[in-house]
Ligand binder design. Structure first.
Ligand SMILES: COc1ccc2c(ccc[n+]2C(=O)c2ccc(S(N)(=O)=O)cc2)c1
Ligand SMILES: [Zn+2]
Length: 262
């Protein structure tokens, strides 16, 4: 899967900013100013085809928990929208806050959400491994979906029930037959898209971001289980709750955010 144990020489705790990126002119996340976004009638509908059988495991990597998919074949794919090529799903994860006031990485006209889902895909038309794609400017495509507190999300509950097994950093648990399409809003045709970066190290400027206009709802109790995870491994004396695992927002530097809707 795409988050294989890549050893990063310079992995800094992501929120001890600033990790100055040489020439960083397309960093993420950003605030999306709706009135400044530009409708692009040439943006196509997104084509999402996920196969639940490619779901493999959940891993606490010390930033978030990743639900990882087998990305050795084109079974779970994303194309269309702003994308020229076909992209393979490799993992999804979330970012969230210590309370329901903040937690998302992106915002819409400064409005933050309590959490944000990222479905991470890499360009399998141009590259043969995630590790190759992660350093190329057209290498990755991430779908972002905002989470709002409301009714319980039935599809999410299977994932919530598995989280205690990955409480500590570097823990892994088998997790299969999960269809990530259940985490998408009904309408995925309305989105914003812009050229950006990973929001955790290595912060590479490889991501075509696709930010959904529609949010999904999860219950307060479901999000509380996210906050029961730990940044720290079982051996460490001082345990730190995994909360506020979002990056500070970055400057737009002249980029245009396009919308698929008017
Ligand atoms: C080259 O070494 C790497 C490469 C990628 C790593 C990573 C460590 C964590 C996450 N990743 C990721 O793949 C990653 C990081 C951030 C995001 S995000 N939040 O969707 O921008 C998606 C994926 C290390
Ligand atoms: Zn993310």
């Amino acid at each position: 899967a795409c988050s294989s144990k890549l050893v990063l020489s310079q992995v800094h705790p992501m929120w001890q900013e600033p990790l100055a990126i040489p020439g960083g002119d397309r960093q993420s996340p950003i605030d999306i100013v709706v009135r400044k976004s530009v409708f692009d009638p040439q943006l196509k509908p997104l084509k999402v085809q996920y196969d639940p059988r490619t779901c493999q495991q959940i891993w606490n990597n010390g930033y978030s928990f990743l639900v990882e998919y087998d990305d050795t074949t084109d079974k779970s794919t994303l194309k269309g929208g702003p994308l020229e090529d076909q992209f393979r799903l490799c993992q999804f994860h979330f970012h969230w806050g210590e309370n329901n006031t903040w937690g998302s990485e992106h915002s819409i006209d400064r409005r933050l959400y309590p959490a944000e889902l990222h479905l991470v895909h890499w360009n399998s038309d141009k590259y043969s491994l995630f590790e190759e794609a992660v350093i190329e400017e057209n290498g990755l495509a991430v779908i972002a979906v905002f989470l709002k507190i409301g009714k319980r999300h039935e599809g999410l509950q299977k994932l919530v029930d598995a989280l205690p097994a990955v409480r500590h950093k570097d823990s892994v648990v088998e997790f299969t037959k999960f269809d990530p399409a259940c985490l998408l809003p009904e309408n995925i045709d309305d989105y914003w898209t812009y050229a950006g970066s990973l929001t955790t190290p290595p912060l590479t400027e490889a991501v075509t971001w696709i930010v959904m206009k529609r949010h999904i709802e999860v219950s307060h109790d479901q999000l509380a289980v996210f906050r029961s995870l730990l940044f720290t491994s079982a051996e460490e004396q001082l345990q730190r709750s995994m909360v506020n695992n979002f990056r500070v927002q970055q400057v737009l530097k002249g980029r245009t955010v396009r919308s698929s809707f008017t």
